[in-house]
Design a protein around this ligand. Structure first.
Ligand SMILES: CC(C)(COP(=O)(O)OP(=O)(O)OC[C@H]1O[C@@H](n2cnc3c(N)ncnc32)[C@H](O)[C@@H]1OP(=O)(O)O)[C@@H](O)C(=O)NCCC(=O)NCCS
Length: 165
């Protein structure tokens, strides 16, 4: 799985459609509701990337097929970056892990001290991915968000040995 930075403005229609399709399918899994239309999913993505200090990584299989998307944003808090959204399609194909590994590498290079995310404590894939696999820890108790129970989690990079040490 190859992970690269991605910009909506610089991307062709076919790749943008693939990125939107991955988000569209995974949002339905996240909310448990019906799929958004492609137009709505595209507008969700556009709203995310229009916010300043937001970047996107995509994960592609060797054939070039898009398998995952990560939307990240620098926090107002110094030295912290937030996972606004992450998805892997199909589930459990390694895209989420590849995206997170790249985010950790990029964040370390930029001197970020921690990565934050909000996950659903009732969703085993979130607990398995963020807490068990991703080395995140809960910050406080879960709170009711707009569409689901949300657990704020963080991974403190400065407490980890870097890859080069
Ligand atoms: C959470 C999510 C991003 C994980 O991505 P993924 O590509 O499926 O994850 P990976 O295949 O890289 O899995 C990495 C590890 O995470 C853990 N994991 C992933 N899915 C899991 C599940 N359903 N149950 C338990 N652990 C899981 C495992 O440790 C896994 O390693 P393994 O497969 O070798 O056991 C994915 O489930 C998803 O897209 N969900 C819908 C969107 C969403 O909820 N996003 C998060 C909110 S922002």
């Amino acid at each position: 799985m190859r992970v690269t930075p991605w910009k909506m403005a610089d991307s062709g229609q076919v790749e943008t459609a693939a990125v939107v399709a991955a988000i569209r399918a995974s949002l339905a899994r996240l909310t448990g509701g019906p799929r958004l239309t492609a137009v709505m999913a595209r507008s969700v993505l556009k709203n995310w990337v229009e916010v300043p200090k937001t970047g996107v990584l995509i994960a592609k299989a060797p054939g070039g097929r898009v398998h995952g998307v990560l939307v990240m944003r620098k926090e107002p808090d110094p030295d912290a970056v937030r996972v606004v959204y992450i998805c892997g399609q199909p589930p459990r194909s390694g895209a989420g892990a590849a995206l997170l590994a790249e985010l950790v590498t990029v964040s370390r290079k930029r001197g970020m001290k921690e990565i934050r995310a909000r996950c659903n404590p009732d969703d085993p894939s979130h607990l398995g991915f963020f807490l068990d696999h991703g080395n995140f820890a809960a910050v406080g108790p879960p709170v009711q968000g707009s569409s689901m129970l949300e657990l704020e989690v963080r991974r403190v990079l400065m407490e980890e040995p870097s890859e080069t040490s």
